[in-house]
Ligand binder design. Structure first.
Ligand code: AMP
Ligand code: MG
Length: 421
């Protein structure tokens, strides 16, 4: 025990905080800022902000589940027998009268079962004979009648606050007679690249220039987590340009600013002073994890609202891994998504791993399923944090805790999914 504490003391001494603790600090108090009402058609993937009660009973009347004849069950004691057809009922075209003794109504699927009738004889078990119908087979009382309220009743709460609106819940909400829904507002996430060397893809590069690749991935992760994304472009390595661009983020209502690069403590690393200009205070500025050691997190109250800031490394793999580990869960919570949606899942190691050192490791790995359907995670041999091509092949990140002992193939490890397998 004492040994373990010594190790974490060493980490804290270097100003590094453990990744798990960093995540807790990032997620602390993260919640949606406000609600908005959106049309049902715009609500896919959004999160319900309030319980939703049915505005009607479904079905609103006893309805036929089949094509056939609506009858009084007491009339069909011994078959075959003949009933007089007194009318027709189709979906949207109810029969207004009442079925009396010895009578039947021709009926189609979805039509209200007329008064007096209680049972449907399917047409396959009948023979139409002009104005009458011959019933060839009997059936139980109430057969093929869907009673009123079979699905739900007015006032029933069928979708709870926090429901992520998928295809099934959208159809249900429509059937409950809601044309629009109160959902959590999507968090506005402003993304800024920093660096004098950066140019956009498609440009011709001069000597020493680098393609600004990180923010394309970061914006995609933010959007995938439910953010409304604002692109702040590329800031030059001057305090002025950083402050101008970040200022625009708050003018446009950003809840979270995410930067890439300039996050270390070099002379050109001006992101921290720029955020301090806006009153940000920092929970941490370095994490004991690999990749992604230079990650900063801060908060400030601007315009009466809490704003958050995540400063990611410039290193391409680090910036994306940190986006998955910290930004994605944060954006999800800020959008009202359930917290458990961001939890790592267990997988079995496909190959042995060596012991780990004092930094939590996030190993790029492939995932497959074995014969029993269990997830098997196999780390790439080279984990260089500059290799985007390897990262793009990774299905998950294997989490290796600080000082984890060597692990054998088949051992269970936590993984963060980068895509579904
Ligand atoms: P920095 O933290 O600003 O020193 O950046 C570390 C490394 O990441 C440098 O080699 C940068 O050129 C590179 N880098 C910074 N930002 C980006 C970006 N948006 N896309 C690709 N590489 C970047
Ligand atoms: Mg830089």
């Amino acid at each position: 025990m004492a040994g373990k504490d010594d190790r974490s003391d060493t980490i804290l001494h270097k100003g590094l905080i453990p990744a798990r603790q960093a995540l807790q600090l990032v997620l602390e108090g993260a919640a949606p800022a406000a609600q908005e009402v959106v049309a049902l058609d715009q609500a896919a993937g959004r999160v319900l902000a309030a319980d939703l009660a049915a505005r009607r009973t479904q079905p609103p009347f006893p309805a036929s589940a089949m094509d056939g004849y609506a009858v009084r069950h007491e009339d069909i004691g011994s078959v075959p027998l003949t009933l007089a057809i007194i009318g027709e009922a189709a979906a949207g075209h109810p029969f207004k009268g009442t079925i009396g003794e010895g009578e039947a109504v021709r009926i189609f699927t979805g039509a209200p079962v007329p008064a007096g009738g209680d049972t449907i004889i399917i047409q396959e078990n009948t023979e139409a004979q002009g104005g009458s119908v011959r019933i060839l087979e009997g059936t139980g009382r109430g057969k093929f009648v869907r009673p009123a309220g079979l699905d739900f009743r007015e006032g029933d709460v069928l979708l709870g606050a926090g429901t992520v609106l998928d295809a099934q819940s959208l159809s249900l909400a429509a059937s409950m007679n809601h044309a629009s829904l109160a959902v959590w507002r999507r968090p506005k996430v402003a993304v800024l690249a920093t660096g004098d060397e950066l140019v956009l893809p498609g440009e011709t590069l001069r000597e020493g220039q680098i393609l600004a690749s990180n923010t394309f991935g970061i914006r995609a992760i933010a959007a995938g987590a439910g953010a409304d994304v604002l692109d702040l472009g590329i800031a030059r390595d001057t305090l002025d340009d950083l402050i101008t661009r970040i200022g625009r983020a708050f003018d446009e209502g950003a809840d979270l600013v995410v930067t890439s690069g300039g996050a270390s403590v070099g002379d050109h690393d001006l992101v921290k002073p720029a955020m301090e200009h806006f009153g940000f205070t920092f929970s941490f500025v370095k994490i004991a994890m690999r990749p992604g050691k230079p990650v900063m997190f801060g908060r400030a109250k601007i315009g009466g609202r809490e704003r958050r800031f995540l400063g990611l490394a410039g290193n391409p793999v680090s910036s994306l891994v940190s986006s998955h580990i910290f930004m994605r869960p944060l954006v999800r919570l800020m959008g009202g998504h359930p917290a458990d949606a961001v939890a790592p899942v267990p997988a079995l190691l496909g190959e042995a791993l060596p012991e780990n050192d004092e930094r939590e490791d996030y190993l790029r790995a492939t995932l497959r399923r074995d014969g029993e359907g269990k997830l098997i995670a196999t780390a790439f041999a080279r984990q260089d944090s500059s290799m985007l091509a390897t990262l793009s092949k990774a299905d998950c990140l294997i989490i290796r805790p600080v000082h984890a002992p060597a692990a054998k193939a088949g051992e269970s490890v936590p993984v963060v999914l980068l895509r579904h397998v």
